[in-house]
Design a protein around this ligand. Structure first.
Ligand code: SF4
Length: 345
């Protein structure tokens, strides 16, 4: 087992930032100089899905601007209490693909492990905002059970570490998990879905990058960035450290009303990602999760938007517009409506 030297773990820094994240809506309103009525709206919505935002992310939010696109991703809002038809607590039917605690097996050849129930930030549109993390913890016994499941499923070539945020777990625990996974000879790829390098860039420690660099598995890290303002100098440096660790970097975004539903924003995002060595991968339609309907812009507007984006950028910078559908064997792509193409309104 490859152990990670404690002095390289950067543990004080990023874990302290996690602990000190703002969770009190009133404190957030004060910290960002938001007008008083916002605090009342926050309180009602935060009772159903807690506020959580660390200082490193707050520093990218413009004080006094209730429409700041980063603020809107984390700010509890009164509309979250609406319950329009079709918006449910388990929009992707993950409860039906959960053979063991901490294991989600939806797609052929790939298996997802819920490494951590915690996140550095609580995104208001999260499709797992109602996920029963308490029933899906990978403790030592359930981890062994997950490994037994993987040993039996030799068709699985790729393991996806997810959550919550898998990087909310310590470098030591992550390193031990990767050690166990590397011993399964049928595994070829390790994919990590995380928002932590964006939210707290100090999370990309030397210990983490060294462990990824020395894995026998092909490693991919999928970041989650929705708006170009999320990428500052610290984030660029963290992504450069990851890229130097022989890890391929992809990004997925969620298309969110009032946050990134403009061609100019998506174009800047793709260009900024590319500059950091990250390829735009997926642009997800909002999953119909209860509490987040106000972020949904609908299929037609999404297809038109991506069509206009495709007219502005080379194809490799245009993320694929997809919907995740309960029961489907893969993500469902939606064709962009290209301006001027026959059949396009
Ligand atoms: S970091 Fe990811 S899993 Fe966590 S709340 Fe945000 S979208 Fe959901």
């Amino acid at each position: 087992m490859q152990t990670i030297p404690a002095q390289q773990s950067g543990v004080c820094c990023w874990q302290q930032q996690l602990r000190e994240a703002i969770t009190d809506p009133v404190r957030l309103a004060e910290r960002l100089q938001l007008p008083a009525p916002w605090a009342q709206q926050m309180l009602a919505a935060a009772a159903s899905f807690p506020l959580r935002v660390p200082e490193a992310y707050l520093q990218r939010i413009k004080p006094g601007d209730p429409q700041d696109p980063l603020l809107l991703q984390v700010l509890p809002q009164a509309q979250e209490l609406d319950r329009p038809a079709g918006y449910v607590t388990d929009p992707l039917g993950e409860g039906d693909a959960n053979p063991h605690q901490g294991v989600i097996h939806k797609y052929r050849g790939r298996l997802l492990l819920i490494v951590s129930g915690g996140c550095a930030i609580n995104c208001r549109y999260c499709f797992r905002r109602h996920f029963p993390y308490g029933d899906n913890q990978l403790g030592s016994e359930s981890w062994q059970q997950a490994l037994r499941y993987l040993r039996k499923h030799t068709d699985v070539e790729e393991v996806i570490l997810s959550g919550g945020d898998p990087l909310a777990t310590s470098d030591q625990r992550l390193g031990a998990m990767i050690d166990d996974l590397e011993r399964l000879s049928h595994l070829k790829r390790l994919r990590i879905h995380t928002r932590l390098p964006i939210v707290i860039p100090d999370r990309v420690t030397p210990a983490l990058t060294q462990r990824l660099a020395h894995s026998r598995l092909h490693t991919l890290l999928v970041t989650h960035i929705n708006h170009p303002n999320e990428i500052d100098g610290e984030v660029r440096a963290a992504l450069a450290r990851l890229a130097a660790s022989n890890t391929r970097l992809l990004n997925q975004s969620v298309l969110l009303k009032g946050i990134n539903d403009k061609v100019s924003i998506l174009k800047s995002l793709s260009e900024a990602l590319f500059d950091c060595g990250v390829m735009p991968y997926y642009l997800h339609l909002m999953d119909p999760v209860a509490g987040a309907a106000h972020f949904d812009i609908g299929d037609q507007a999404s297809r038109e938007l991506v069509g206009k984006l495709a007219a502005e950028l080379p194809g490799y910078l245009v993320p694929q517009l997809v919907r995740e559908q309960a029961g489907a064997e893969a993500k469902v792509p939606l064709a962009p409506l290209i301006p001027g193409a026959s059949g396009t309104p």
